[in-house]
Design a protein around this ligand. Structure first.
Ligand SMILES: Nc1ncnc2c1ncn2[C@@H]1O[C@H](COP(=O)(O)OP(=O)(O)OP(=O)(O)O)[C@@H](O)[C@H]1O
Ligand SMILES: [Mg+2]
Length: 258
């Protein structure tokens, strides 16, 4: 059974309809990359999935359980939305670390707050710190626990952002162009971390312009244009035999200006 099911998501801002009926599913352990030209709705889709925007129509299920249904969206409490959000992690293009906190605090504060609000036998502060240390080690930044974000390179900040997303143990980890704010020489270290996450069976949705990376790390590719899924398939299908004219045009443009 699919881990995540998205059904007929529509989203408009004012008069502009940005998402025009998006449906897809993601299996556990699957890596889905989303490609598309600027303004096609990729970020909006990730924000809808992460409960940062509310779709106008559609449904979302995780593990078969409905977590969003536009028909009763006004009846859901803020608390429930916060809980729903925890199924997902989102890593932004611009890192979005808290500048006033150390790396360790960036990795532990949200988890501590959640454990406190639940008041059940969750993780202790010490356990949360131990987990954070482990995550920092996994992204190769053990020695930076006490550093502040401004003391880190862009690539290091992005690796901290990935560790922070993992600290809440999301079922689906989403990335919105995780390397597009980085100098080319820092891109590799971030892509390497994402590739390692795939090898540990992490379920991921990755919006990226790194076509070579998308091809090698993804189980499936989805191409979005003008708020619709134009093309979907395995990397070989989509890159070697694109069917839609828009996908063909996107690929030839990307090859000219990588
Ligand atoms: N909060 C908002 N209010 C109004 N319009 C918005 C809002 N967010 C996005 N849009 C519009 O929705 C469209 C899709 O934007 P979105 O950021 O989802 O595209 P994208 O595919 O992520 O593009 P890019 O590749 O440049 O990141 C754009 O026309 C954008 O101007
Ligand atoms: Mg975007």
């Amino acid at each position: 059974m699919a881990l995540l099911e998205i059904e007929n998501i529509h989203k408009r801002f004012g008069k502009t309809e940005v998402l025009k009926g998006i449906s897809f599913s993601v299996d556990k352990g699957e890596v889905l990359s989303i490609l598309g030209s600027s303004g096609g709705g990729k970020t909006t889709l990730l924000r809808c999935i992460n409960f940062l925007e509310t779709p106008d129509t559609g449904k979302m299920k995780i593990g078969g359980k409905e977590i969003f249904n536009a028909e009763n969206k006004d009846k859901v409490s803020e608390k429930q939305i916060r809980e729903n959000r925890l199924h997902f992690g989102l890593v932004f293009q611009s890192f979005n670390l808290f500048p006033q906190y150390t790396v360790m605090e960036n990795l532990t504060l949200a988890k501590e707050l959640i454990e406190k609000s639940r008041k059940k036998d969750g993780m202790s502060k010490e356990q949360i710190r131990e987990k954070a240390k482990e995550l920092l080690e996994n992204v190769g930044l053990s020695e930076k626990a006490q550093a502040y974000p401004c003391e880190l390179s862009g690539g290091q900040q992005q690796r901290v952002a990935i560790a922070r997303a993992l600290s809440l143990d999301p079922e689906v980890l989403c990335f919105d162009e995780p390397t597009s704010a980085l100098d080319p020489e820092l891109t590799g270290e971030v892509l390497r971390v994402i590739r390692e996450l795939k090898n540990t069976g992490r379920t991921m949705i990755i919006v990226t312009h790194e076509l070579g990376f998308a091809r090698s790390v993804s189980d499936r590719i989805m191409f979005i244009a003008d708020g619709r899924i134009e093309e979907e398939g395995t990397p070989d299908e989509v890159f070697d035999n694109p069917k839609s004219e828009k996908m063909k045009a996107f690929l030839s443009k990307s090859l000219e200006n990588p």
